[in-house]
Every structure is written in C-alpha cells, then in structure tokens.
Design a protein around this ligand. Sequence first.
Ligand SMILES: Nc1ncnc2c1ncn2[C@@H]1O[C@H](COP(=O)(O)OP(=O)(O)OP(=O)(O)O)[C@@H](O)[C@H]1O
Ligand SMILES: O=P(O)(O)OC[C@H]1O[C@H](OP(=O)(O)OP(=O)(O)O)[C@H](O)[C@@H]1O
Length: 214
Amino acid sequence: MTQFINIALPKGRLGEKVYAIFEAVGYGCPSILNNNRKLIFENEENCVRYFWVKPSDVAIYVERGAADLGVAGKDILLEYRPDVYELLDLDVGKCRMCVAAQKGFRDDLDRTLRVATKFSKVAKDFYAGQSREIDIIKLNGSIELAPILGLSDVIVDIVETGTTLRENDLEVVETITGISARLIANKVSHKFKYEEISRLAARVAGYIKEGAMR
Ligand SMILES: Nc1ncnc2c1ncn2[C@@H]1O[C@H](COP(=O)(O)OP(=O)(O)OP(=O)(O)O)[C@@H](O)[C@H]1O
Ligand SMILES: O=P(O)(O)OC[C@H]1O[C@H](OP(=O)(O)OP(=O)(O)O)[C@H](O)[C@@H]1O
C-alpha cells in the first residue's frame, strides 16, 4: 500500500516556487494556492500532504518527523545543522551568504570585530577559520541597519540581487558561500517510506536536470 508523504513547505518567497516543482512532477494539491489561512493541504489521489511552515522552522519539522520531507535554504541547514538527509539541490532560492560593510570599510585587525547577523553559527565558523576574534550581535531582521548605526562593524547576511546593500550604501566584503533550496528528509521516514520518497526525489531530480538543460 502506498503511504502518504508529508512535506513541509517554506511559506513566503520560496514556497510557491518549490510547490510548482512538486506539482510539475505529479504531486499537485490544487487547493493549496487558494489564498486562505489554512496550513495543511492534502491530496488523497497522489498520497501527499503539505504543511506551510515558517522557512526557518522547516528543518525542525523534518528532523523530528512531523514531516517526512521539507524544503529549506542551505543557510538554514548551515546554521541549525539538523540531523536530516539532504537529498537534492532544487536550484531555486539562489543567493549568497556574505560579509558586508559600509563602503570603504577596512578591518584594522587590532580589535574584536563586531558582526551583526541572524546566522551566528555561520559567522562564528567563518571567522574561526580565519582565527579572527569576533563579537556576535544577534539580530532577527533589517541586519543592514547595524553598521549604519554603528551597532556593528560588518554584517553576515544573505545577498540576492544586492539591492538592499546598494540602497543602504553598503557593499559585499567577502562571499562566504552560495545558497540554494534543498530537499531534506527525515532519517526514519527515509527508511520506512523509502520507495515513496525515492520515487518523488527521482522525479524532482529529473525535472531539475531538464530545467538545467533548457
Ligand atoms: N533575498 C533573500 N533574502 C532571504 N532569503 C532568501 C533570499 N533569496 C532567497 N532566499 C532563501 O529563501 C529562504 C526563505 O527566505 P524568507 O526571507 O522567505 O524567509 P525568512 O523571512 O528569512 O524566514 P524567517 O521569517 O523564518 O526567518 C532563505 O532561507 C534563503 O535560503
Ligand atoms: O540582495 P537583496 O535582493 O536585496 O536581498 C537581500 C535581503 O533580503 C533578506 O532580507 P528579508 O527580505 O528576508 O528581510 P529581513 O531579513 O530584514 O527580515 C536579506 O536579509 C537581505 O536583507
């Protein structure tokens, strides 16, 4: 008997793009795009159930088995390091994790560098690799304000188009890593729903490969 697959989708900028991929490979759930406040959608015909989840929470749902699969940005995986399988790079939600600062900023290396970020672990690892002493200032949004107001020397944040940096007279100092959305799986589900998950992942992988060749 085919088992239901539970998939945690990230609400917001990534969600619809990601759902479009699942729909294109036969895992549609037509009512999901109705603009209401429902958070769970299921399609009995193809045995799939979707949850709309805050992007930074997707990994938690998957790690703890509330969802079998999920889609999370590589930024979230690097920061929270959930114990999940990373099955595929979905090639959407592409951006970069960068160090940025006010134009002309030079690190004088004499004193502790103040780093404002949502991504404390990513920032710590990056500067540990350079043996640079830092002070993390953990913020939850509008990170670009920090160097402008003198709260930090630099920021570690996501850059997509570069518009937010440009409009606030900041610039990229260094790129830490490229980011894109990843399909992740709960480790127990991967074992017990192996066929269902493998079938879905293979179809998604084929779709992405076709897209790359187009
Ligand atoms: N310009 C961008 N800014 C932020 N994230 C982006 C951008 N472009 C792509 N992404 C990717 O999309 C994912 C979701 O970003 P989004 O901004 O929708 O959520 P968020 O507001 O950061 O989430 P949360 O509210 O849970 O902190 C990110 O984890 C990242 O992988
Ligand atoms: O290079 P860009 O295309 O300008 O995108 C980058 C901006 O987008 C994200 O912010 P988000 O919109 O998630 O807002 P917040 O982090 O301030 O909540 C990120 O933190 C940058 O501020």
